[in-house]
Design a protein around this ligand. Structure first.
Ligand code: FE
Length: 203
């Protein structure tokens, strides 16, 4: 997408958001306590742990995985995960032959109920354009080297669809329970810019 040129003294986004919020409050269109509550919820209570629980369930329960891939929104709602930016969740599965990675080329659409608020790199124009133009190179720079025969699929999240990656279950985790698998699943793996690391198992 084209970057909108800004004058050098253009105020930062936080300041503009603040100005916009005070205007909306002044007009009686927005209740500031509601806004504060929403931010607190997604900063503190909702985070990648929700997504990790979904992944661990899908890895250990084939029927659940089937439901998740068929209809992401209702399968994650079984956990009670829903709300803003979680209305249309589509789950894509990483396999040895196909790698999925998610971006929002337009802004920063992201499955909030599963991953919390997006990290700053996800909103960075460099990530948003390069992951589309040269995904293999960018993923390698981020530490994820994919073999040439692995096909890369880049998914553009939007207000219509929020993509969520079901990472591949690492070899060596066969004996782990669902509960033990949860902490292995990283946010980056659920965006598709990393693999789930193989844990060093005792013994
Ligand atoms: Fe967006």
């Amino acid at each position: 997408m084209t970057e909108v040129p800004r004058p050098p003294d253009f105020p930062p986004a936080s300041l503009r958001a603040e100005a916009l919020e005070s205007l909306l409050v002044e007009r009686g269109l927005v209740d500031p306590s509601v806004v504060d509550g929403l931010i607190r919820t997604y900063e503190q209570d909702v985070g990648p742990l929700n997504g990790a629980r979904i992944v661990a369930r899908a890895w250990t329960d084939p029927k659940y995985k089937q439901r998740l891939l068929a209809d992401g929104t209702s399968a994650v709602a079984e956990f009670g995960f829903k709300g803003p930016q979680g209305e249309h969740i589509v789950v894509v599965e990483n396999t040895p032959t196909d790698h999925h990675v998610v971006v929002c080329t337009l802004c920063s659409c992201y499955p909030w109920p599963l991953l919390g608020l997006p990290p700053s790199w996800y909103k960075d124009p460099a990530y948003r354009s390069r992951i589309v133009r040269e995904p293999r190179t960018l993923l390698a720079e981020l530490g994820l080297e994919l073999a040439d025969e692995v096909e890369i699929h880049v998914h553009d999240s939007s207000s219509e669809v929020r993509y969520f990656v079901l990472p591949a279950r690492p070899v060596g985790t066969e004996t782990l329970t669902e509960e033990e698998l949860v902490p292995l699943v990283s946010r980056d793996a659920m965006v598709g810019v990393a693999r789930v690391a193989v844990p060093s198992l005792p013994g």
